[in-house]
Structures are given as structure tokens and as C-alpha cells.
Design a protein around this ligand. Structure first.
Ligand SMILES: [Zn+2]
Ligand SMILES: [Zn+2]
Ligand SMILES: [Zn+2]
Length: 178
């Protein structure tokens, strides 16, 4: 595989697998060698639960990387039948065929491959890096024409009490006819 410097990192895959043994015990293995797996057990149901949880835990920790190459495409698209040209955003997907039921595959694949992979669950999308949060999207300032809430209309202001104007009659001196 040739990698252009700084362009893409190889896509990762994890495979968790249940294996049955002749003594009717089941073991679970993970492609990550450091993972601690429970000992072989006859309790197949709990081993299956463990395997499903384990691969999900890998998915939560891994998250999708925008610069990840498609692990499907770099393996000749073994996860699906129709060959495609890898394209689109990098996705973190979980592939589990319930009919087989013993293999869980977590993989970083491209959108084009993801469309062709059966029994797939998209766990995360490696979106292209956003502008950092120090530069939030520019919001248009609120239009000044809008009337701010709570503005009382001018009519509401009462006039200064007209009714209390005291009628004042000038005290005219009466002329008495005499
Ligand atoms: Zn593991
Ligand atoms: Zn593919
Ligand atoms: Zn691909």
C-alpha cells in the first residue's frame, strides 16, 4: 500500500469472534491482542452478549477519523460482493450477520463501500474537521427593525391627570347697582 504523506491513515478493523469447541464450550477472541477475553465457557448466550458488548466498546473508543482510508477497499472489498471505487466520508461501521451470528466486525470504511456491505450499522461518521470552536459560525445581528419584546406602546403612557384641574373662577368684583 502506498500512502501519500499526511494524506490518509490506514483504516482500522476489529474482529470479535465466537468459536465453539468439541467439548461444547465457547471461546471469544478479539483481533486486538491486548484485549482480555473471558475463559472458555459453556454459557454460549453470555459469551455472545460479551462479544457484542466488546465490539461496541471498541466502537465507542475508536470513533471515526476523517483521514482514515477505507479498510474495505484496501482489502479488495472483501466485505461486499460488488466492487466499488472508494469515495466519500470515512465511517466507522459494525458488521454483524445475524444468520452467522459468530462474527462481529468493526471497520473504518468509506461511504461507497458502506452502501454495499450487508448487515451494517454505522456507528460514527468521520466528518471533515470543522473550524475550531474559537471561530463559531458568524451569526447575523438581529434586525434592528424588529420591535423588541416588552416594548409598551406610546399610548399606554397616561396623561397627567386632567380631571383634577380645579375650576378657577376669577373672583370678579360684583358691581352692585346702586
Ligand atoms: Zn477487543
Ligand atoms: Zn469495499
Ligand atoms: Zn471503500
Amino acid at each position: 500500500m502506498t500512502l501519500m504523506p499526511g494524506a490518509r491513515v490506514p483504516g482500522r478493523t476489529w474482529t470479535v469472534r465466537l468459536t465453539g469447541h468439541p467439548d461444547h464450550t465457547v471461546s471469544v477472541t478479539c483481533s486486538t491482542a491486548e484485549c482480555k477475553m473471558p475463559p472458555r465457557s459453556k454459557d454460549a448466550a453470555s459469551m455472545r452478549r460479551f462479544a457484542a458488548e466488546h465490539v461496541k466498546a471498541h466502537g465507542r473508543l475508536a470513533s471515526a477519523r476523517p483521514n482514515a482510508a477505507c479498510s474495505c477497499g484496501s482489502a479488495q472489498c472483501t466485505l461486499h460482493e460488488t466492487a466499488v471505487h472508494c469515495a466519500g466520508t470515512s465511517l466507522l461501521v459494525l458488521v454483524h450477520n445475524p444468520a452467522v451470528g459468530q462474527v462481529w466486525t468493526l471497520a473504518e470504511v468509506c461511504q461507497a463501500c458502506a452502501r454495499h456491505i450487508p448487515h451494517i450499522t454505522i456507528l460514527a461518521t468521520g466528518k471533515p474537521a470543522r473550524p475550531t470552536s474559537t471561530a463559531p459560525s458568524v451569526e447575523q445581528p438581529a434586525q434592528r427593525a424588529a420591535v423588541p419584546g416588552g416594548f409598551s406602546s406610546p399610548e399606554a403612557a397616561p396623561d397627567p391627570v386632567p380631571g383634577q384641574r380645579r375650576p378657577h373662577r376669577p373672583n370678579r368684583p360684583r358691581r352692585s347697582r346702586s
